[in-house]
Write a new protein. Structure first.
Length: 538
């Protein structure tokens, strides 16, 4: 909660404007109700002035409400953009050493629902609170016309309502929101697994069992909603009692001070309307508790520490040679040694191959080289500069990496290959597609390279997707090319074309990881990772 309020200070002018609008609306609302009742009680003496006053406050109320809503939602949407950008930047800075260990559904929930709940806090919690405070001031000024004691009584009732709205069943609401968030997260994980593993689920004929689990989760979520609503209703009943007590006190104060007569009875009649805005506050606790849980999750993620913050030197020299000396590696949060005493030196233009059993550490080695994970013992130097002293963003610019499993996005083929690098021309793209034997496939598509890739039109074989991913990797110029299982889904014909293209056009360092020895035909040296060590074979 403190972090949310603290961040709101970045929008002080907008909050001030929203507060002014809220005050105009609040005071105008009271004046319209009062003037209307006064007219009804003295209908025979109605004048143009009376009508003008009501019209004036009606217009003022509309303007005030528009100002308050405009700036309130403006703050909310800007905060939404800010927090999403902060989370995306943090994901980039954290790197796989932390992100790989988080459930993807948790990250999606954080980026989507959690930040949406925080946006609702700014749009529908802070602004109503501001409006309520302005309303309380307006009511005080209004009743002050009658008597100070009456104004104080109404204000005291307002303060009690605000205070109780905040503390009544606060812990219960927070705990229930937290449980709801956890159960909802588990439901999303189950649904995610259901979609991802649909083929295995159908094969094993376990659809009914998984459906039962999902229905059980939905039942638990509904039970938490019901319990949360129970406390909400209980709080509203308590506050309604406070409203009634306040009304009795108002009558007593009015009777014992200036007396109840035809002139001041309007002040009694508007009492129920005077507390109307407070009723919205009584319904905010669920929204508030959701926002606090969401904020706890978001700020916990933003406060995660990594050894790869954006510090260090920029590479202003060639990346050659790459030197690895006496490197040991343990995954963060574990104790088991994955790589032991690794030594390797690669000069410009060299192509090396690395093979080994599944899980031996082949991919891990190149990920450490790309600064995805920190190393605690040994040395890795790029261009004779220690890797730990180089900015991660610079390392990423110097190395092109093709992972085992290609990822594509719902953009056109051209945009998927460019990845926002407008310096890559269409001619370059077409040239690479020809070399990798993909141009015929592209030409069969109605919109060619402008075809949008989506699950609906993904009629591509695994080999074609792998070559498309390789095309993207090769289009982004770099000094080091790392290919992780580049030929796993490639037939012999295309295998030769790919290796020939790399030999012909790529002049930097090439590191190929593969189970297939055919991938190493262009390599100068071949290494095996065996028993955590790197052993030269050829």
């Amino acid at each position: 909660m403190k972090n949310l309020i603290k961040y709101a200070k970045n929008y002080q002018l907008e909050i001030l404007a929203s507060s002014i609008g809220a005050f105009i609306y609040a005071y105008g609302y009271v004046m319209i109700i009062y003037s209307s009742f006064a007219l009804l009680l003295n209908f025979s003496s109605i004048t143009h002035t009376n009508i003008f006053i009501i019209a004036f406050w009606a217009i003022a109320t509309g303007i005030g409400n528009s100002i308050e809503h405009y700036y309130g939602h403006d703050i909310a949407f800007r905060v939404l953009k800010d927090f999403r950008s902060m989370v995306f930047r943090k994901i980039r800075v954290l790197g796989p050493q932390i992100v790989d260990n988080k459930d993807s559904s948790e990250l999606l929930n954080l980026i989507g629902k959690d930040i949406d709940n925080i946006e609702v806090f700014y749009a529908h919690t802070i602004v109503p609170l501001i409006k309520m405070c302005c309303y309380m001031v307006g009511i005080f000024i209004f009743y002050l016309k009658l008597n100070l004691l009456i104004a104080v009584t109404i204000t005291a009732t307002s303060i009690v309502v605000i205070y109780l709205s905040n503390i009544l069943f606060k812990e219960e609401a927070y705990d229930l929101s937290k449980k709801y968030h956890q159960k909802n997260g588990r439901l999303h994980r189950n649904l995610h697994e259901l979609i991802e593993g649909k083929d295995s689920i159908i094969q094993l004929n376990i659809q009914e069992k998984l459906s039962e689990n999902i229905n059980r989760d939905l039942t638990l979520l509904n039970a938490l909603k019901v319990e949360r609503q129970y406390y909400q209703d209980k709080r509203i009943r308590t506050l309604n009692t406070i409203y009634l007590v306040g009304f009795v006190l108002l009558i007593l104060c009015l009777h014992n001070t200036i007396g109840i007569n035809k002139l001041n009875i309007s002040y009694l009649l508007i009492y129920p309307f005077a507390f109307e805005p407070y009723k919205s506050i009584t319904k905010l606790q669920v929204t508030l508790s959701n926002a606090i849980v969401a904020a706890d999750n978001m700020f916990a993620f933003l406060n995660l520490k990594t050894s790869f913050e954006e510090n260090g030197k920029c590479i202003k020299i060639d990346v050659y040679p790459i030197e690895i000396e006496n490197l040991d590696f343990i995954y963060p949060g574990t104790k088991e040694l994955v790589l032991k005493n690794i030594n390797l030196k690669i000069e410009k233009g060299e192509k090396i191959g690395i093979y080994g059993d599944s899980g031996a550490g082949k991919s891990t080695l190149v990920k450490v080289l790309m600064k995805w994970y920190p190393y605690s013992k040994g040395s890795i130097k790029i261009g004779r500069v220690e890797l730990s002293e180089i900015k991660q963003s610079d390392v990423m610019r110097k190395i092109s990496y093709m992972p085992q499993n290609p990822d594509f996005f719902t953009y056109s083929i051209k945009e998927n290959l460019r990845m926002f690098d407008e310096s890559i021309s269409e001619d370059e793209i077409l040239k690479v597609l020809v070399e990798l034997n993909l141009i015929e496939k592209i030409e069969t598509l109605e919109n060619g390279i402008n075809t949008i890739l989506s699950p609906d039109n993904f009629g591509w074989s695994s080999g074609e997707l792998q070559r498309l991913d390789l095309a993207r990797t090769l289009l982004h110029k770099s000094e080091v090319l790392i290919l992780d299982e580049p030929l796993s889904n490639i037939d012999n014909k295309n295998e030769f074309k790919i290796l020939n293209y790399i030999t012909k056009y790529y002049t930097g360092i090439v590191i190929i990881i593969s189970h297939r020895l055919e991938a190493f035909t262009i390599c100068d040296r071949i290494y095996q990772i065996n028993n955590k060590n790197l052993v030269k074979k050829i």
